[in-house]
Design a binder for this molecule. Sequence first.
Ligand code: FE2
Length: 137
Amino acid sequence: MFVWKKEFELGIPSIDEQHKELLRIGNKISELVNDVAYDENNKDEAYGIINELKEYTKYHFRTEEDLFLKYKYTGIVEHIKEHRSFVDFLDKFDYENTVNSRDLLLELLNKVVEWVFHHIITTDFLYKDFLIKMGQK
Ligand SMILES: [Fe+2]
């Protein structure tokens, strides 16, 4: 179970809500994987939630990038580069194999959540003051 912390908050409610949603999806996978009965029968569900996490991550990145364009954020190139490399990782990942194993699923989940939250407190925090100054809520 991943817990939302105050230090993840940017103070931009529209973005904070999306970050929380990512955590909610992550927790759905966490619950499923930590279910003692996780087996073959849960594979489709696991695949579905992973896909949801993947799609929502892309949607969230687009939201941020649209704001960067709208307000002409100067850190746009570097930020998008980070998003792209992560999307690339998500797109190329071997999901078929991963849903077969609880350990691999947990490993993937931890990696995704770790990446996303590291990205928030480092790279997202770089645009925080700028977007707030521009009036983004
Ligand atoms: Fe970002």
